[in-house]
Design a protein around this ligand. Structure first.
Ligand SMILES: CC(C)(COP(=O)(O)OP(=O)(O)OC[C@H]1O[C@@H](n2cnc3c(N)ncnc32)[C@H](O)[C@@H]1OP(=O)(O)O)[C@@H](O)C(=O)NCCC(=O)NCCS
Length: 263
């Protein structure tokens, strides 16, 4: 985990303490809090259980999915570190997020990212059919459709989730924030490596559409509703259809400090 951040053990202890208080505050959800958090002995066990319960169906038992997810999360530090840094990203960047347990329990974007991390692990291990199962159920359940071959870094926030589509040859680097309705897609005119490459710290605002093998430079901002068809230089804001430069970015990390709350 990030050398400056809390350890996974500390995060897990915080989540458990928060949840104990919430059981008292909301008895209706007591059994939900027990089965999702309090009965687990580790963060990875809770993550696996939550995602498996959501993505199972009558003919695919959650128990089987849980063991696959656990195997993925425990297969390398990289996957679990990615999960933890996504959790911290949601807590830090979403002003409506008051508790570390909230993304884990309630945020579709966070859960979709973790399902993708598992699908991506399956994909590189040549279990393409099960990877597609995870992709398909993630799309049905969370409204987020990410091809298992797409490469995502750490500290990603997908806020609200609904309607996000990320194509096969897309790359999303660390600390990018993505809002609802964002598409990283192909133009339909290119083959092979045909999807966007989004560099570190970029903000992709609500319903922005980025098409083709274009590069969105480090710490750039794409305004809500834009259609981006060309490369965007680093530290640049683009807006409109088609998107053009409208500003320069002075912030060191626009993905982190945009005030995007909807409350
Ligand atoms: C792009 C954005 C982050 C602002 O970035 P910025 O670099 O501070 O840009 P500014 O606000 O200074 O705007 C620069 C110009 O672009 C225009 N602009 C900003 N957003 C725009 C948009 N979505 N579409 C078209 N034009 C836009 C502004 O009107 C301004 O034009 P002007 O120079 O003629 O006055 C913000 O407008 C935005 O789109 N935020 C979306 C956040 C979001 O998705 N929230 C969802 C939460 S649920």
């Amino acid at each position: 985990m990030n050398k400056d951040g809390p350890s996974i053990k500390e995060i897990w202890e915080t989540i458990q303490k928060e949840t104990e208080k919430r059981v008292q505050a909301e008895p209706v959800l007591a059994s939900f809090f027990h089965s999702t958090i309090l009965e687990h002995d580790s963060f990875s066990s809770a993550v696996a259980d939550l995602i498996a319960s959501d993505l199972g169906r009558a003919s695919v038992q959650p128990m089987l999915l849980r063991s696959v997810i656990k195997e993925a999360l425990n297969s390398s530090e990289e996957i679990l570190n990615g999960t933890v840094s996504d959790l911290l990203a949601a807590k830090e960047r979403d002003p409506s997020c008051k508790y570390l347990s909230e993304p884990l329990l309630f945020f579709k974007g966070f859960k979709a990212l973790q399902a993708h991390r598992v699908a991506s692990w399956l994909w590189v291990n040549s279990r393409h059919t099960l990877a597609h199962y995870f992709q398909s159920r993630t799309s049905e359940v969370y409204g987020v459709d990410i091809h298992p071959a797409a490469k995502l870094g750490e500290g990603i926030m997908i806020d609200h989730g609904t309607g996000v589509v990320i194509g096969e040859t897309s790359v999303v680097e660390d600390n990018v924030s993505i809002f609802q309705g964002v598409t990283l897609g192909g133009t339909g005119k290119e083959e092979g490596d045909r999807h966007p490459k989004v560099r570190e710290g970029v903000l992709l605002s609500a319903s922005s559409t980025i098409l083709g093998n274009v590069k969105i430079g480090k710490n750039a901002k794409v305004a809500a509703g834009s259609v981006v068809l060309d490369d965007v230089k680093e530290y640049t804001t683009v807006a409109g259809v088609p998107a053009v430069k409208v500003n320069e970015v002075s912030s060191e990390s626009p993905a982190r400090d945009v005030d995007h709350g909807i409350d």
